[in-house]
Design a protein around this ligand. Structure first.
Ligand SMILES: [Zn+2]
Length: 313
């Protein structure tokens, strides 16, 4: 059965198949790559696999008000993130001035809406610009699975992205799409992504690098499972990153998605992933974040979000 979820065409697996998927294949990395606030996870002796998330996290419900980042920590992350935001989109953004993001065309957008700390669902559905940096994206091979509700990059302030990439529901995105050869050495076909912010060139560079990986990696990236797709995420008013045409899903048959798994008895979603980090690393090198670093994991999903790489600790 084919259903469309979160802007991606996804094959919905029988739950038995989902349940049989092995634990995450994320290899551990030195402690320096770990989130500073998170406890260390001891690596297994063979260094090859990490067991699914410890019981502690799965004892909590998936969404809680108490999980919202503390205001002070949020503000600090936001300040560093804002500098990264301006630097990431030089064609559009000029500077931060007080509580406003100033665009090169003179447009001003409020950074902090003054609503104070937000519950997790509000962060997703009604964020302001600073909320985009509520969770830090850690580059590099993950040392542990994401903590509860840690979804760095999943929070998007829509007016900002609509202004840069266009609003697909108003027909503003199609005219900006260009073709990119996906894995040209391996006949991956053509895909269409936005030309805005150099996304097409960046994805072409990703494609070129992926083409050089050994054939054992091919099943994870060919066929791809879609790029542009204009739709609102079910149950929300949010347009998916695919609606802005700066996202790609790699092979869904080799991927995992939190909504394919029912929450366990404790309300948690045990982490799953099969996508090798060699693939992720190439995307990150070119400014794309990976949905496999989200608590609400979406391991086929990559999107161009260079601002998420620039925020210092
Ligand atoms: Zn996706």
């Amino acid at each position: 059965m084919l259903q469309v979820l979160d802007g991606c065409r996804r094959v919905i697996y029988a739950s038995a198949i989902c349940a049989s998927i092995a634990a995450a294949t994320l290899a551990p990395e030195p402690a320096s790559a770990q989130a500073a606030s998170a406890p260390a996870t001891s690596a297994p002796a063979d260094g090859a696999k990490i067991a699914p998330e410890p019981e502690k996290r799965r004892l909590e419900p998936a969404v809680t008000a108490t999980d919202t980042p503390k205001p002070a920590a949020k503000l600090e992350k936001s300040r560093s993130g804002l500098s990264a935001l301006v630097a990431a989109y030089p064609a559009f953004l000029d500077r931060v001035e007080g509580n406003e993001l100033v665009w090169k065309d003179g447009t001003r957008m409020q950074i902090d809406d003054g609503a104070g700390a937000k519950e997790f669902n509000t962060l997703l559905n009604a964020p302001d610009i600073k909320d985009q940096f509520a969770y830090r994206y850690v580059t590099g091979r993950p040392a542990q699975v994401p903590g509860l509700n840690e979804d760095p990059g999943r929070i998007r302030f829509m007016p900002l992205f609509n202004k840069m990439y266009g609003d697909c529901t108003k027909g503003e995105v199609l005219g900006k799409l260009v073709s990119v050869d996906w894995l040209p050495k391996k006949n991956g076909g053509k895909i269409k992504v936005t030309s805005v912010n150099g996304v097409a060139e960046k994805l072409a560079a990703v494609s070129k690098d992926l083409d050089e990986l050994p054939d054992t990696f091919l099943k994870y990236i060919k066929p791809n499972s879609g790029t542009y797709n204009c739709r609102v995420i079910a149950g929300t008013t949010r347009v998916s990153a695919h609606g802005h045409a700066f996202a790609i899903d790699v092979n869904s048959d080799e991927s995992d998605y939190w909504q394919w798994t029912k929450p366990d008895a404790t309300g948690g979603y045990p982490y799953k992933n099969r996508v090798p980090y060699e693939v992720v690393e190439i995307f990150e090198k070119h400014g794309f974040i990976w949905g496999g670093k989200w608590y609400h994991y979406d391991t086929m999903h990559f999107e161009y979000r260079p601002e998420m790489f620039g925020a210092p600790d």
